[in-house]
Design a protein around this ligand. Structure first.
Ligand code: PA5
Length: 472
């Protein structure tokens, strides 16, 4: 994938050459699936041309980009806080961009240090204590609320909407609508109806783009623009990766190769846990974003032929170096069921010299002259080597630096890789029936009209479950 400002995918340690053929993939195994991979790439190209995969064309949507930039420009300096309310794919992209590209302690900076951009908060969970604590520290008159829900009816988001709108109305009267901006389906849904009625400023989520593929729509881009992130560069990075992943030859297409390797590791080598381990604290939110994308897209009961298949590898986030002191023991010596993907940044924004003084203790003298950057890098290299020696497959995505441009590439790479992986598993990558089941149960428990039958079943289940096997 080239050099400066681009990504490099090193998968040497996934291969039998580096580990062994019990745990690593052989050249022969890779060769065997090359024609299949080429076929999947051709299918995806056709589906894209037929307009079935609109998320792949999002980075080229100049009209929406202009709308976002205009809105954030108009709103600049008017609010001290921006509170994003959404969940799943309607929250994780915001958190990923904010964590990766803004100051690590952004919300603690003063207005001048934030260059007039608002503090950013994301409310996804409906934990009443967390919700109330945030409402205690943001004044309604200084706050803009961005409610994001594709379906326009998600219970977590809409319940917080109802509470916040009441708070705003009580405090601000008719003017309250100036403090609300909605991001939802352009045509339908409860939130779209309310938006029309109340005249909220609003963005449309393009139809056919599901939550977990929506980071490069106003879902992720509006809060990014409001905090001063260069959203044009994010989109440019995505188009760059699109160009880098056009080939049907997996040796020239990192997304296709990544999908092939993870699916082979899962299905023929028994590695059904996929650890994402960024050696960058800033990428921890992006690892969460990836975990949701991978889990919800690939964890499926039925194949496209309607056979029961129970597909998917389980994504797990581990942050380097922190999780070397938590998870790594398990990855080294526990079950041989994992593939570790490292994300590494060559050049951090800062260099911190560790011991620039003459009287360093003998025991610590080896650190003299080194930097925290050297330490981060040595720990990654050390871990990578140790895993490889234990025959634990691992690969690395290397970025020269973390910028809006490289983050845009990363988003696109993994969205595409996930779509390819869905082809290998032969499942519907873009639905989430398992999530729907949980939602339906919650509606029934809360007494929503139309769910009375389900409510009876749940009551019976709860009664049964309460009788046995419980220690107080
Ligand atoms: O990726 C998905 O489709 C889901 O995680 C959704 O984003 C999540 O369930 C929230 O849905 P909505 O945006 O409709 O509120």
């Amino acid at each position: 994938m080239g050099s400066k400002q681009t990504l490099r995918f090193d998968f040497n340690n996934m291969m039998a050459d580096s580990i062994d053929s019990e745990h690593g993939i052989t050249d022969r195994e890779l060769k065997t699936i090359e024609p299949l991979a080429a076929r999947f790439a051709a299918q995806l190209k056709e589906e894209r041309a037929a307009g079935k995969l609109p998320f792949l064309d999002l980075p080229y949507d100049k009209k929406t980009l202009t709308e976002i930039l205009q809105a954030s420009d108009n709103l600049k300096g008017k609010f001290k806080n921006l509170v994003v309310v959404g969940i799943g794919g309607s929250a994780l992209g915001n958190i990923a961009i904010h964590t990766a590209l803004n100051h690590p302690f952004y919300n603690v900076l003063n207005d001048k240090e934030r260059k007039g951009h608002p503090r950013i908060f994301v409310l996804d969970n409906v934990d009443p204590d967390r919700f109330s604590a945030l409402m205690d520290i943001v004044k309604p008159e200084e706050t803009l609320f961005n409610f994001i829900t594709k379906s326009g009816a998600t219970v977590e988001t809409m319940s917080q909407f109802l509470v916040i709108v009441k708070l705003l109305q009580d405090k601000l009267g008719k003017n309250y609508a100036n403090h609300v901006i909605t991001t939802t389906d352009g045509e339908k849904g409860t939130l779209r109806d309310v938006t029309r009625r109340e005249g909220f400023l609003s963005f449309a989520i393009p139809s056919g783009v599901g939550g977990r593929y929506s980071v490069l729509t106003p879902v992720g881009l509006f809060s990014a623009a409001m905090s001063g992130v260069d959203v044009s560069a994010l989109l440019h990075g995505a188009t760059y990766m699109d160009e880098a992943c056009r080939s049907g030859n997996m040796w020239e297409n990192p997304a296709l190769m990544g999908a092939a390797l993870s699916c082979l590791s899962d299905t023929i080598k028994g590695k059904n846990i996929l650890v994402i381990m960024p050696y960058s604290h800033a990428l921890s939110g992006t690892a969460d974003w990836f975990c949701q994308l991978w889990a919800e897209s690939l964890g499926k009961k039925f194949s496209l032929k309607n056979e029961i298949v129970h597909t998917g590898s389980t994504p797990v986030k581990a942050v380097g170096v922190v999780d070397q002191h938590s998870q790594l023991q398990l990855y080294m010596e526990g079950p041989t069921d994992k593939v570790v993907t490292f994300w590494v940044i060559n050049k951090f924004n800062h260099e911190v010299v560790i011991a620039d003084k003459p009287d360093v203790e003998q025991e610590l003298a080896y650190l003299k002259g080194h930097t925290l950057n050297d330490l981060m890098s040595a720990e990654y290299e050390g871990t990578r080597l140790a895993l490889t020696e234990q025959k634990r497959p691992n690969c690395t995505l290397i970025m020269d630096e973390l910028s809006a441009f490289t983050l845009g590439q990363l988003f696109y790479l993994y969205e595409l890789q996930t779509a390819y992986a869905g082809k290998f598993y032969n499942i519907n990558t873009f639905d989430q029936p398992g999530v729907e089941a949980g939602k339906i149960n919650a509606f029934a428990i809360l007494g929503r009209k139309g769910f009375e039958g389900r409510k009876k079943e749940i009551d019976a289940f709860l009664q049964r479950a309460q009788k046995k096997y419980c220690i107080e």
